[in-house]
Ligand binder design. Sequence first.
Ligand code: TYD
Length: 141
Amino acid sequence: MEKFSKPQIIEIPKIADPRGNLSVIQEKDTVPFPISRIFYLYDVPADSSRGGHAHHIDNQFMIALAGSFDVVLDNGRESHRYTLNRPYLGLLIPPGYWRTMDNFSAGSVCMVITDQPYDESDYIRDYDEFKALMAPNPKPF
Ligand code: TYD
């Protein structure tokens, strides 16, 4: 699982079909963790920003099921912007990265698959606290 300790785009298998394409996400295969929870953002206003937090232990896999949006990941020292705009590409976000999603297109859907049940104590919601915690030993890009 070492190679999955960094943020990365993972291609989701696609079964191309003239009747319509099909993609499948299988735990420990397409996503390198057991699937515990799925949530999704929709009806997001164009100028909206979501996220704005990091996790202590939750691993997440984020997909633009429809439309597009950007994800900015920050390890406390540097940040990278990823554009998600295909339903067969997902962004793996290990714990320890502050994430912000913006630039949502009309009708976009952001689906997130995670390996932990919802637990507010797993969130770091204060950026200064996150920076103090992570910047001395930042997670890699
Ligand atoms: P939040 O994580 O702040 O949203 P985002 O990161 O997408 O901008 O969550 C918004 C609200 O939804 C907050 O009150 C917590 C609640 N929530 C749950 O109850 N269960 C969940 O699985 C998630 C992701 C959020």
